[in-house]
Design a protein around this ligand. Structure first.
Ligand SMILES: Nc1nc2c(c(=O)[nH]1)N[C@H]1C(S)=C(S)[C@@H](COP(=O)(O)OP(=O)(O)OC[C@H]3O[C@@H](n4cnc5c(=O)[nH]c(N)nc54)[C@H](O)[C@@H]3O)O[C@H]1N2
Ligand SMILES: Nc1nc2c(c(=O)[nH]1)N[C@H]1C(S)=C(S)[C@@H](COP(=O)(O)OP(=O)(O)OC[C@H]3O[C@@H](n4cnc5c(=O)[nH]c(N)nc54)[C@H](O)[C@@H]3O)O[C@H]1N2
Ligand code: SF4
Ligand SMILES: [Mo]
Length: 748
C-alpha cells in the first residue's frame, strides 16, 4: 500500500522508537499514526519539561510520565518565565487531550448539511489534492486560501505556509494572528523597522511605573501578573481600561477612559509632557526621527479637548503625565484593548511615542511592550509565511525572494511576488465568489470571526472547505467537506515562541487518539500526495525544519542561528531571539535596543502619527450602549473547544453566558441580574442573561468572547493599516425578554 510507504517516510522520526516494522504497528496499534511509542529519550524519565500550549506567556510545565506517557503535570520551579507557577489552564492542559469528541480519523462530507463518513488517510490526502488542484485549474491560484493560527508549532506553521505558497501555488493565506497581533506587527515595523517586541518579563519586576493599556493581565496573562507582584520597587500600576477589570481593581490607579478614546488620551499626554519639558531630549536627538512633526501634531490636543473626549478630568490627566514624566523606569504594556480597534495601529504607535520621547526603552523596567496572545503568535508573525515571507522577509522584495529561494534551493518563481489578501479580504473573497477553496488549520472562525452573522452562508459558498483540528465538533468543522484529525499540544514535537521572544519546546508525551496525526505529519503527507516532495526533501522532521529556519533567520533581527538545537532550548529554559551563531550563551533575560539602535535604515525609531478617525458606529438613540468584548475568566480559552473539556475549568467558568450591564442602564429598563434579555446590534439579536455590575461604565456593556453568539453582534470594521478587526466596540441595545415568545431577528 503506497500510502503506508509514504507514511513510513513522513513518520521517519518515529520509526526509531518502534520496535517492529512500522506498517505492522500502524495496522495493529490505535494511535500509532499520532504518536506510536514515545521517544526513547523521554521514556525513562520521571518528568520532562515543556512549554504550555495556551497563552503567550510560555510557562514551563513539568510533565510527569509513567512508561513514557503523561499522567500529570506541575509547573516548573526552575524556569525564567513562571518560576513554579501556572494558571488553571496550564494545570489542566492534559484534560482536553482526553475529550470524547477528538477527531480520530479523517472525515468526509459527501453532501453539504449531510453527515460525515470516515475515510483513511490515503483517501483524505487524495481528496485534498484532487479537489484543491481542481479549483486551481479552473479558477487560478488566487481562488485557494488557507487560514492558519498562532497555536501550532513554529516548524508546522512554516511547513504549512511554505507548502501552500511554494508547493500548491496558493497566493492567499492569513491566520488568526490577524485577529490578535496584526496591529502590533504593523506598529513595530513602522516605528522600529521590524516586528520586535523589545522586552523581557524581568521588566515587570524592574519598573517603577507599570502602565497597562487595554490589557486584563489578571485574566488573560495571570503569570505575567504574578511577575508584576514580584516587583519589589513598590511600583505604581496604572490600568487604562474602560472597564473596572480584575486587573484595574488590583492597580494603584485605574483610568476608566471612554472606550476608543485612547489615541486622544496619548496625544494629550504627549502634549503635556512636551509642555512640562518632561522629555529625554538626548535620546530623541540621537535615536529617533520625526519628533518635530509629532510635536506639531499633538499641539492641538489641549487639556480641555482631551478631558472632554476621554472623560478623564484635567487634574487626573496632569497627574498621569507627571507620573510618566517623573518615573525613572516607566514601562507601557498593551494588549487587545488597543490592537482591536478602528484606529489601533496609530494608538499602538502613540504608546511607542510616549516611551521614545521619555527615553523609556532599552533599559531595565521600561519599554513599549505589546503583550502577545496565543502560545505561538510570535512564531506565526515571523514564520507562518502569511503576511510576510519566512523570517520577516517581504514577498514584494525581489532580493528577499531570491535569498529565500537560494536558501531553500527552490526556483524563485515558486515564491509569490505579492502579498496575500488579509483575513477580512479573504472572507470578502469567499462572499464574492473569488475564493473557492479554504483550508482552515487550528482556528475556529465560525465562532471567532467578527460580525459573522452570515458566516455560515459565506462558508456555504465555498466549493471545498477543509478543517484541520483536534476536534471534529468545532463550529467550523461542522461545515467542513473534509476534516483532518490533528494531534494536539503534548502529542507532538516542536517549538513555540513566547511574548518575550523566547523559544520554548513542546514534546510528545501523550498518544494522539485513533489515526490523528501531528499537523507536521499531515502537511508532509499532503506534500507527498501533491507531488512536491522534492521541494521539501530537507523538511523531514520538526528539528530539521528548525535548522532550515535558523538559516533563514541569519542576518535578520530575529536571528536565532546560534541556538544549538532543541537540546539547548530544553536545557536553558528557552532561548530568546536574537541569538546569533558563535555568540556566547546568552543571559536568561534579555531586552532589545539597549544600544539605542533600531532596525530602521537610519537606526532611528520613528514617531508615527495620524489624525483621529471618526467612530464608525457610535451609540445612538436606537442602539444606545457601546458593546465591549474580551476574555471572561482565566479558565476559558477563546471558542472553548479545549477548555470546556476540563471539568475543573468548567467549575471555574460562569455557568451561563452573560452580558455585563451597568446598574443605571439596567434599572432604567427594569432589568435585574439573572434576567434573560435580548441584546441587539444592527447585525442581529441574541438572547442572553443579564449580569448587573458596576465594572462596566454607564452606557457600555460587555460580553465575553467565549460565548458563541458574541460575534453575531460585533461590527466588521478594521484598522486601515493592520486590517485587524475592531472587536471591542459596536452600538447595541438591550431589552427584557418578551413574554410571549421571542424569535431572533438576526438579519435586520
Ligand atoms: N484566560 C484566557 N487567557 C487568554 C486568552 C483567552 O481566551 N482566555 N486569549 C489569549 C489571547 S489570544 C489574547 S489576544 C490575549 C488578550 O488579552 P487581553 O487583551 O488582556 O484581553 P481582552 O479581554 O480581550 O481585552 C483587554 C481589555 O481591553 C479592554 N478594552 C476594551 N475597549 C477598550 C478601549 O477602547 N481602550 C482600552 N484602553 N481598553 C479597552 C477591555 O475592557 C478588556 O478588559 O489573552 C490571551 N490569554
Ligand atoms: N468578539 C471577540 N472576538 C474575538 C476576540 C475578542 O476579543 N472579541 N479575540 C480574537 C482573538 S485575539 C483571537 S486570538 C481569536 C481566537 O479565535 P480562534 O483561533 O478561532 O479560537 P480557538 O478556540 O483558540 O481556536 C483554535 C482551534 O484550533 C484547534 N486546535 C488546538 N490545538 C490544535 C493543534 O495542535 N492542531 C490543530 N490542527 N488544531 C488545534 C482547537 O480545537 C480550536 O478549534 O478570537 C478573536 N475573536
Ligand atoms: S499563564 Fe498562559 S502559559 Fe502560563 S499556564 Fe496559564 S495559559 Fe499556560
Ligand atoms: Mo488573540
Amino acid at each position: 500500500m503506497s500510502y503506508l510507504k509514504r507514511a513510513t517516510t513522513l513518520l521517519k522520526d518515529r520509526i526509531r522508537c518502534h520496535s517492529g516494522p512500522l506498517t505492522e504497528q500502524l495496522v495493529r496499534e490505535p494511535g500509532a499514526f499520532g504518536l506510536g511509542q514515545l521517544p526513547s529519550s523521554l521514556a525513562p524519565q520521571a518528568t520532562t519539561a515543556m512549554t504550555c500550549g495556551f497563552c503567550s506567556t510560555g510557562c514551563s510545565l513539568n510533565i510527569h510520565l509513567r512508561d513514557g506517557a503523561a499522567t500529570n503535570l506541575s509547573p516548573n520551579v526552575d524556569h525564567p518565565v513562571n518560576d513554579g507557577m501556572a494558571c488553571p489552564k496550564g494545570w489542566e492542559a492534559l484534560a482536553p487531550l482526553a475529550a470524547s469528541d477528538r477527531a480520530t480519523t479523517p472525515l468526509i462530507r459527501d453532501q453539504r448539511g449531510g453527515a460525515t463518513r470516515e475515510i483513511d488517510w490515503h483517501d483524505a490526502a487524495t481528496t485534498f489534492c484532487d479537489r484543491m488542484k481542481g479549483v486551481i485549474d479552473e479558477h487560478g491560484p488566487e481562488s485557494v486560501a488557507f487560514l492558519s493560527t498562532g497555536q501550532i508549532c513554529t516548524e508546522e506553521m512554516a511547513l504549512l505556509g511554505s507548502f501552500a505558497k511554494f508547493g500548491m501555488g496558493a497566493i492567499h493565506g492569513d491566520g488568526n494572528t490577524r485577529q490578535c497581533m496584526a496591529t502590533a506587527v504593523r506598529a513595530y515595523k513602522e516605528s522600529f523597522g521590524f516586528d520586535a517586541p523589545p522586552y523581557t518579563y524581568a521588566d515587570f519586576e524592574e519598573s517603577d511605573v507599570i502602565v497597562l493599556i487595554g490589557s486584563n493581565l489578571c485574566i488573560a496573562h495571570p503569570i505575567m501578573w504574578q511577575r508584576v507582584l514580584k516587583n519589589e520597587r513598590s511600583p505604581e500600576i496604572v490600568v487604562i481600561d474602560p472597564r473596572r477589570t480584575e486587573t484595574a481593581m488590583q492597580a494603584t490607579r485605574h483610568i476608566d477612559l471612554q472606550p476608543k478614546s485612547d489615541l486622544t488620551l496619548f496625544y494629550g499626554l504627549a502634549r503635556l509632557l512636551i509642555e512640562r519639558g518632561r522629555l529625554d531630549q538626548e535620546f530623541i536627538d540621537n535615536h529617533t526621527a520625526e519628533f518635530d512633526g509629532f510635536k506639531d501634531h499633538v499641539s492641538s490636543f489641549d487639556l480641555e479637548t482631551v478631558a472632554a473626549k476621554t472623560g478623564i478630568s484635567s487634574e487626573e490627566l496632569e497627574s498621569l503625565a507627571d507620573l510618566i514624566g517623573s518615573g525613572k523606569r516607566v514601562s507601557f504594556w498593551w494588549t487587545m484593548g488597543v490592537n482591536q480597534g478602528y484606529e489601533a495601529t496609530r494608538t499602538a504607535q502613540a504608546i511607542i511615542n510616549l516611551a521614545l520621547m521619555t527615553g523609556n526603552i532599552g533599559k531595565p523596567g521600561t519599554g513599549a511592550n505589546s503583550i502577545t496572545g496565543q502560545c505561538n503568535a510570535m512564531g506565526s508573525r515571523l514564520f507562518s509565511n502569511t503576511t510576510s515571507l519566512l523570517g520577516g522577509h517581504e514577498f514584494t522584495n525581489d532580493e528577499h525572494r531570491r535569498k529565500i529561494a537560494a536558501l531553500l534551493d527552490i526556483p524563485v518563481d515558486c515564491i509569490p511576488n505579492q502579498n496575500s489578501l488579509a483575513y477580512d479580504q479573504i472572507i470578502d473573497g469567499i462572499r464574492d465568489g473569488k475564493i473557492k477553496a479554504l483550508w482552515v488549520i487550528a482556528t475556529n472562525p465560525a465562532h471567532s470571526w467578527i460580525g459573522r452573522d452570515h458566516f455560515e452562508e459565506t462558508l456555504g459558498k465555498l466549493d471545498f472547505l477543509v478543517v484541520q483540528d483536534m476536534y471534529h465538533t468545532t463550529e467550523t468543522a461542522l461545515h467542513a467537506d473534509l476534516v483532518l484529525p490533528a494531534a494536539a499540544w503534548g502529542e507532538k514535537d516542536g517549538t513555540l515562541i513566547n511574548s518575550e521572544r523566547r523559544f520554548g519546546i513542546v514534546k510528545k508525551v501523550s498518544r494522539a487518539p485513533g489515526k490523528a496525526l501531528s499537523d507536521f505529519s499531515i502537511i508532509r503527507l499532503l506534500i507527498d500526495t501533491w507531488g512536491c516532495s522534492d521541494m521539501f526533501r530537507k523538511w523531514t522532521t520538526p528539528e530539521a525544519v528548525f535548522e532550515i529556519l535558523q538559516k533563514i533567520s541569519e542576518g535578520q533581527p530575529c536571528d536565532f542561528s546560534g541556538i544549538k538545537g532543541y537540546d539547548q532550548i530544553d536545557r536553558d529554559g528557552g532561548v530568546q531571539w536574537p541569538h546569533t551563531k558563535g555568540s556566547p550563551t546568552p543571559d536568561r533575560q534579555r531586552r532589545l535596543f539597549e544600544d539605542g539602535q533600531f532596525f530602521t535604515a537610519d537606526k532611528r525609531a520613528k514617531f508615527v502619527y495620524s489624525d483621529i478617525l471618526l467612530d464608525p458606529e457610535p451609540p445612538c438613540d436606537v442602539y444606545p450602549l457601546r458593546l465591549l468584548t474580551g476574555r471572561g475568566t482565566s479558565a476559558q480559552w477563546h471558542t472553548q473547544t479545549r477548555t470546556s473539556k476540563s471539568e475543573v475549568l468548567n467549575q471555574l467558568a460562569p455557568r451561563k453566558n452573560h452580558i455585563e450591564v451597568n446598574p443605571i442602564d439596567a434599572s432604567a429598563l427594569g432589568i435585574q441580574s439573572g434576567d434573560n434579555i435580548v441584546a441587539s446590534s444592527r447585525r442581529g439579536s441574541i438572547l442572553i442573561q443579564a449580569y448587573v455590575t458596576t465594572s462596566v461604565q454607564k452606557g457600555t456593556a460587555f460580553i465575553p468572547m467565549h460565548e458563541e453568539s458574541t460575534n453575531r453582534l460585533t461590527l466588521p470594521v478594521f484598522d486601515p493599516y493592520s486590517h485587524q478587526p475592531s472587536y471591542k466596540s459596536c452600538a447595541v441595545k438591550i431589552e427584557p425578554e418578551p413574554r410571549d415568545g421571542f424569535i431572533l431577528d438576526r438579519h435586520r
